[in-house]
Design a protein around this ligand. Structure first.
Ligand code: PEP
Ligand code: MN
Length: 282
């Protein structure tokens, strides 16, 4: 692809995740769900698993709207050591119950080697969060698992650094990677991060891996989530990951950016004309 070279004259150090060595789009399968195909994949659920009721309520809404992947952190990487750190193993059991009851796929975060062992056993997809994007020993470890990986972009990572992180996982034996743009740190303080929408076409040009957008962590405020979700899909993202909570005001983590179940339903409906306009489906 000659146009790839136009971005930089430097040789690209990633190979396995590069489009130069693998020109066709990769389709990453999580059960029957396909990331990178014609359908836009929506992942939704609470930031953190807080209780059985909270997860089952969120999961039922997610299911009802036709979404087939549930998110929810059992292990939470929190800025403050005094913030809720997650229910751990108990949280994984709750996610498992939601999966069994509703036939959903589950994605949840591994924050270290210890949690990875359990998460890789219980989850359908393992999330590596922004703060761990350059935790190279963890990347090597997820490379040795058989589960698909959701690799979030680091808070201040360049696209090359992000793709190199994906290369670590692929080089250690796991090619099943979905990238997630979740906003980067800029000087703008009104939003929690700045959603780098241009990363979508750039990544699509450089890599064959699917890329999804997380407008919840990118904006930090529920009322900005829907417009940026639609923008992400319009820009060519293969999917979205959205935080929802039955009662955001009482959320133990990221309540301000979590959609109510009603707002989430509205968002999904509003995505239909956008997906249609770009020749894709929900
Ligand atoms: C999350 O998904 O709840 C999370 C902590 O995301 P990030 O790693 O993008 O901050
Ligand atoms: Mn969160």
């Amino acid at each position: 692809m000659s146009s790839v070279g136009q971005l930089s004259s430097e040789p690209r150090p990633y190979k396995l995740v590069s489009r130069v060595f693998h020109p066709e789009d990769s389709i990453i399968r999580v059960g029957a769900v396909e990331f990178g195909g014609p359908r836009i994949v929506v992942i939704a659920g609470p930031c953190a698993v807080e209780s059985r009721t909270q997860v089952l309520q969120s999961a039922a809404c997610v299911r009802e709207t036709g979404v087939s992947v549930l998110r929810g952190g059992a292990y939470k990487p929190r800025t403050s050591p005094y913030s809720f750190q997650g229910l751990g193993r108990e949280g994984l059991k709750i996610l498992d119950e939601a999966r069994q009851q509703l036939g959903l796929m589950v994605v949840t975060e591994a924050v270290d080697h210890e949690s990875l062992e359990l998460v890789a056993e219980w989850a359908d997809m393992v999330q590596i969060g922004a703060r761990n994007m350059q935790n190279f020993s963890l990347l090597k470890a997820v490379g040795s698992t058989k589960k698909p990986i959701l690799l979030k972009r680091g808070l201040a990572a360049t696209i090359d650094e992000w793709l190199m992180a994906a290369e670590y996982i692929a080089a250690h034996g796991n090619p099943n990677i979905v990238l997630c743009e979740r906003g980067i740190r800029t000087y703008e303080g009104k939003t929690r991060n700045t959603l780098d929408l241009s990363a979508i076409p750039v990544v699509k040009q450089l890599s064959h891996l699917p890329i999804i957008v997380d407008p919840s962590h990118a904006t930090g405020h529920w009322s900005w989530v829907a417009p940026m979700a639609r923008a992400g899909v319009a820009a060519g993202a293969d999917g979205l990951i959205i935080e929802v909570h039955p009662n955001p005001q009482e959320a133990l983590s990221d309540g301000s950016q979590s959609l109510t179940l009603v707002h989430f339903r509205e968002l999904v409906e509003s995505l239909r004309p956008v997906t249609h306009a770009i020749g894709r489906q929900l």
